[in-house]
Design a protein around this ligand. Structure first.
Ligand code: B12
Length: 451
């Protein structure tokens, strides 16, 4: 690439929402692409609008967002007007992340790139994506903007019609981005890519952060399960695992290179493969990696055998969240049979036997599925608390393309198909007489009281 402009700009956009919390949330997909592009000779410039340690924030006289010792916490935020479709929701609305002027300033300080790559998270976070694209287009009008990520994949038509991006990429971005950049700039990829071997991908480019509080890690992509409410298989078509030894090596490197004390796993079904889980956890134990591990996205409860529970405790898994979702056996079956009540109880016994205090074990309870009644959620909360875990009520977010989508769209009082803002779990998209907004507040209070 000698003599060429090798600059690319990668951006993690703002989030516009009623609430957002940094539960060890980094744009891992974009960081994977950044590392791959760097290996291919590109110079990566990076702005993470959600970075609470962004240098631009230090120059402003703003109150620092509250963070916990384990490095999760609040984002910087500013209240903004609610978008008109959400006007009826009785909650305040915010833009999370860098103040717009700081973002503009950071953009202007960068060299003109060959392309701007923007990621997208939740489908209902598209407003931040669109706003960022608008500002980028004002600053670099002639530069192509490429959009990928979860919103771009699940709501591709919406993104094509309204985002302002020049290119929309659906699904895994590795091959697509190299081909697109080759088409745009004539630069052929030089680093071999083997998508059948996840370990051939360079580790995510966490080094792009001037200050890093924590790292995130994936031991696999996709999921072998087909839960009717989940979009994992639409985002990553195959379930692929890494070599556990390479994961251990990566985690060890994060602890030394970046000095992080916290590492979160992003897998869809961490622990689903018993042999893999044991090898991974034993490897971490043998290497004596001293960090706190977190599973904010949930652990596969069926995988928590006595041996796995002891290993989790030994290597310092500090945040344990199990995905039970419902105690109704009928709904467990109807939604894909991820875990049964008996398997959950066995996981609880094993975790407690390994030394976890009852309240150290969080359990997700899914609420607001189409036709799900308040009583079912109440019973699940009660069951979780009686089993000795903390219930965390997670409201259902309907996702286009999933098995439950049609039913969700039919029963929701909101236009889910026409407006992705209505996928927001905070508005309780599939509310009905049997579980309405007030019921939801009562359920949350009940779960909170049980804590
Ligand atoms: C980790 C995770 C979280 C983390 C946070 C992640 C983050 N950075 O914000 C936590 C645990 C906090 C979380 C929370 C929630 N999550 Co979540 N989460 C995930 C998960 C498991 C993995 C995402 C990920 O990082 N994948 C790994 C990377 C490598 O993949 P990727 O991001 O897709 O990137 C690839 C491509 O998309 C593409 N790409 C990405 N960017 C770009 C850019 C360009 C330019 C290009 C070309 C390509 C490209 O290339 C990348 C590499 O191949 C996904 C499920 C999934 N399998 O994706 C759900 C998922 C995104 N979450 C989901 C949900 C429902 C939630 C919650 C609402 C759950 C709840 N009810 O409470 C909350 C909402 C939080 C909030 N409001 O603040 C839904 C989506 C909902 C929606 N409407 O969009 C998903 C899809 C799971 C599902 N149910 O199907 N989540």
């Amino acid at each position: 690439m000698e003599g060429k402009n090798t600059n690319l700009l990668l951006i993690n956009p703002w989030v516009y929402d009623f609430a957002a919390y940094d539960l060890w949330a980094k744009p891992l997909g974009l960081l994977y692409l950044a590392a791959l592009l760097k290996k291919n000779g590109w110079t990566i410039n990076y702005i993470d609008c959600l970075d609470v340690c962004h240098p631009a924030l230090k120059t402003l006289s703003i109150k620092e967002p509250k963070r916990r010792p384990d490095h999760r916490g609040h984002f910087y935020r500013e209240e903004v007007a609610k978008p008109s479709p959400l006007r009826g929701i009785p909650r305040r609305f915010f833009r999370f992340g860098l103040p717009p002027e700081s973002f503009r300033k950071a953009l202007r300080a960068l060299p003109a790139p060959q392309a701007v790559l923007i990621t997208s998270g939740m489908t209902y976070w598209y407003r931040g994506v669109h706003e960022v694209i608008k500002v980028v287009k004002e600053t670099f009008p002639a530069v192509p903007v490429i959009l990928g990520g979860i919103y771009a994949t699940l709501c591709a038509e919406h993104a094509e019609a309204s985002s302002g991006a020049d290119f929309i990429c659906r699904g895994p971005g590795e091959t697509q981005i190299l081909e697109l950049l080759e088409g745009l700039t004539g630069v052929s990829p030089s680093f071999p890519l083997d998508l059948n071997d996840l370990d051939s991908l360079p580790s995510p480019a966490f080094g792009l952060y001037p200050h890093l509080d924590y790292c995130c890690c994936l031991t696999s992509r996709g999921c072998p399960l087909r839960c009717t409410y989940c979009a994992s298989h639409l985002l990553h078509h195959r379930f692929m695992k890494r070599d556990p030894a390479r994961v251990v090596e990566e985690i060890g490197r994060y602890a030394v290179e970046y000095g992080v004390e916290d590492i979160a796993f992003y897998d869809d079904a961490l622990l689903i493969d018993h042999e893999f889980a044991v090898t991974l956890l034993q490897g971490i134990g043998e290497k004596d990696i001293r960090v706190r591990f977190h599973a904010p996205n949930g652990l596969h409860a069926r995988g928590i055998t006595e041996e796995v529970a002891h290993l989790l405790h030994k290597v310092n898994f500090a945040t344990i969240r199990l995905g039970l979702e419902t105690a109704s056996q009928e709904r467990q079956r109807a939604t894909g049979g991820k875990v049964s009540t008996a398997e959950f109880q066995s996981a609880m016994r094993n975790l407690q036997g390994a030394g976890y205090a009852p309240r150290e074990i969080g359990t997700y309870v899914l609420a607001g599925l189409p036709g799900q009644a308040r009583e079912e959620v109440e019973e699940t909360i009660r069951f979780v608390a009686e089993s000795g875990a903390r219930p965390y009520v997670a409201e259902y977010s309907p996702l286009p393309g999933t098995a439950l989508w049609e039913e969700a769209a039919r029963c929701s009082p909101f236009d889910l198909t026409g407006e992705p803002l209505f996928h927001n779990n905070s508005i309780l998209p599939c509310r009905w007489d049997g579980l309405d907004w007030d019921d939801m507040q009562a359920l949350k209070a009940m779960a909170h009281k049980d804590i």
